[in-house]
Design a protein around this ligand. Structure first.
Ligand SMILES: C[S@@+](CC[C@H](N)C(=O)[O-])C[C@H]1O[C@@H](n2cnc3c(N)ncnc32)[C@H](O)[C@@H]1O
Length: 223
């Protein structure tokens, strides 16, 4: 009998729902962000290895938890943060008031169509967004990321990931029962897709915090 292969869990919350969902979640997002995601996010900032003077873009900047740290390290560079949700951006704007300089911008924007020139970004950071995106659409976003990054530029990604360990299985079950409770995030693995869209994966690490599994990836844009 042929072996049945397990289908990956696809997005159960539509793209149209993401903006209002995150507008609603924005006031409590930081509690979750600190409880379950802070280790992976801190490692992503480390892997971004920011040198002052770079062109940095964070897509899906959320409430600015990572953006604050990136901008702090890049006072004379270019720092842009975009997100779909005005509620999340309002929180990020409040947070950034304490960063110590105003060399940054925060704006509404969509990962599917970046208003940014080709080959212009040194480092692109994108945390906990691909886990909201249907598998069929991920390639379009990766092509946008590759377009705006300079050859050799760094792509730093964090996503909820999957595995057969207990924590990930509990979250997968919860997602099937109530995907909006988890903010629409389910466990994914991005690795092969990155290679198919012109990136070389340099580092992939998995962190589990509060039983919540995150993958942290550093990839570089192939010339
Ligand atoms: C789980 S939150 C993560 C926020 C932030 N990156 C962090 O790690 O704290 C997901 C964010 O992705 C944003 N988002 C989802 N789809 C997006 C898209 N297509 N373009 C830009 N932002 C998007 C949501 O509005 C939300 O702020």
């Amino acid at each position: 009998m042929p072996r049945r292969t397990k289908q990956p869990l696809d997005a159960l919350v539509s793209q149209e729902e993401i903006r209002p969902l995150y507008d609603r979640l924005s006031s409590m997002y930081d509690v979750w962000g600190r409880l379950a995601e802070s280790r992976a996010r801190a490692r992503a900032i480390e892997l971004a290895a920011i040198k002052d003077g770079q062109a940095i873009l964070e897509v899906a900047v959320g409430t600015g938890l990572a953006f604050f740290e990136l901008v702090r390290r890049n006072p004379s560079g270019t720092n842009r943060g975009i997100d779909l949700s005005p509620g999340m951006l309002a929180r990020a704007t409040k947070r950034m008031a304490a960063v110590g300089h105003d060399n940054y911008s925060l704006a509404l924007g969509d990962a599917f169509g970046l208003d940014i020139k080709d080959d212009s970004i040194d480092t692109l950071v994108n945390n906990y967004m691909f886990d909201l995106i249907p598998y069929a659409d991920m390639g379009r976003i990766l092509a946008e990321f590759r377009r705006v990054l300079k050859p050799g530029g760094r792509l730093v990604l964090v996503n909820m990931t999957k595995s057969e360990r207990l924590g990930p299985r509990i979250y997968a079950r919860l997602y099937r029962m109530s995907p909006r409770t988890l903010g629409g995030c389910r466990g994914i693995e991005l690795g092969d897709r990155l290679e198919q869209h012109g990136f070389r994966v340099e580092i992939r690490e998995v962190y589990q915090q509060f039983l919540f599994p995150s993958e942290v990836i550093l990839a570089t844009a192939e010339p």
